[in-house]
Design a protein around this ligand. Sequence first.
Ligand SMILES: [Fe+2]
Length: 168
Amino acid sequence: MGLPETINHQDVLLTLNTREEALIKDVLPGVDMQPLFLDPENGTWVVRALFKPGTTLPRHFHTGTVHFYTLAGCWYYLEYPDQPQTAGSYLYEPGGSIHTFHCPEDCEGADGFMVIKGANINFDAEGNFVNIMDTGWIEEMVVAAARSQGIDKPRYFKPKAQTGLAFE
Ligand SMILES: [Fe+2]
């Protein structure tokens, strides 16, 4: 068999180097972020996130899956304190799982790369609904934070076409 006829020809690779891209500060309280790939239509978000020591995020329910690779620092889910995530840890979070992110004060923070499908549904400590954190919402937060820091055009990949009828 030869090469397939239908290929996605690329003039250039779709690549960014996080060491050369701006870090967008405080996209969420205590969380700096480098967006890498945001696809609001399909609900996929790929980001690098840096968490400050002492950061706790709302308890959340996942509608989809998460692959979370910790690059540095440490953090854990409050519900699973005996399974801290440290440099080199890979964590898979199945859809329907629920937990509360916490980066302890006595760590130097945490640095992680994650691929998320779907939304985090956030709840407060009493279990009351707070908000839906999906790709579109994250993109709005990223862009707003970037612009407030003088970064007019944060660089990340995003599928360009909005889906409509193919031949209209
Ligand atoms: Fe999670």
